[in-house]
Design a protein around this ligand. Structure first.
Ligand code: HEM
Length: 241
């Protein structure tokens, strides 16, 4: 079958699952960024103790987290997990195929613009490993204290997500690790974005340049919102009483 046999077919799966993950990241980083807006509105930390969703007066970030636990999004969670798994499995497979085709773990030696393209093109696998490794670390901070108790009754549920933000980013070394993670994610998404359009055939001269710029804008927006969330939570935890 085309999808599994041709190299474009495999990259197509990688592109579609990648696009899905970028959409998730846009939603996720926007909701997280709500916590920064909350700080300016004096609502950072405001979460009603009633454990109901969408309580009146709650901060925007808390409302966003409530949205993430509505049935529609809960249905999406297994699909999201599947998207991640497919993307990771195919990423490893594509890397392995490339290593075999080149006769070993070596970098491109071609000087053509497309092949030698950028630093991140050659390091997608390594960047992917960094991004993935830190996702597990990240899930222990939030998902394990929100969704896991809610969905499966495992562990203690934390109703106030602002406390989790402070508990996580209150430590400078965790903040630093997350910032390194966002940087790796930035390179991974920038390359992934244009590679995705190249795979689906949008590689004419004019559009190729535009797509590259759009990719940089989208990745930068996501990473800036995430970094602002993390730095703001660090400040809230350490300097705001
Ligand atoms: C400032 C940075 C971040 C914060 C504050 C944050 C916060 C959260 C929170 C509160 C949850 C629990 C569910 C929810 O409300 O969405 C969560 C889950 C999750 N996060 Fe993050 N996140 C950050 C960055 C990232 C990044 C960079 C990735 C991926 C590369 C990521 C991937 C996930 C995944 C896969 C889940 C589980 C799915 C879900 O429950 O929606 N997060 N995160």
């Amino acid at each position: 079958m085309f999808i599994f046999n041709s190299s474009i077919g495999k990259k197509f799966i990688q592109a579609v699952s990648g696009a899905f993950l970028i959409i998730f990241m846009l939603l996720h980083s926007t909701i997280n960024f709500f916590s920064v807006i909350d700080s300016f509105l004096g609502k950072f930390g405001v979460a009603a103790a009633d454990e109901a969703i969408f309580s009146k007066g709650d901060g925007l970030f808390k409302l966003g987290c409530d949205f993430m636990s509505t049935p529609f999004i809960s249905i999406m969670v297994p699909i999201l997990a599947l998207g991640f798994l497919i993307h990771i499995a195919y990423g490893c497979w594509l890397t392995w195929q490339n290593i075999r085709a080149r006769g070993g773990w070596k970098r491109y030696e071609v000087s053509s613009k497309a092949a030698a393209d950028s630093w991140s093109a050659k390091n997608m696998f390594v960047l992917g490993i960094v991004v993935l490794g830190l996702i597990f670390f990240h899930l222990t901070h939030f998902w394990a204290k929100m969704q896991l108790p809610e969905m499966f009754g495992i562990g203690n549920f934390e109703n106030n997500p602002y406390l989790l933000l402070e508990a996580t980013f209150g430590h400078w070394w965790v903040l630093a690790l997350y910032l390194v993670w966002f940087a790796a994610l930035w390179f991974h998404m920038v390359h992934g974005f244009w590679s995705m359009f190249q795979t689906v055939g949008w590689n004419g001269q004019t559009w190729f340049k535009r797509v590259k710029v759009i990719g940089i804008i989208v990745a930068t927006l996501i990473c800036l919102m995430l970094s602002a969330t993390a730095v703001n939570a660090f400040v809230q935890a350490n300097f705001v009483v």
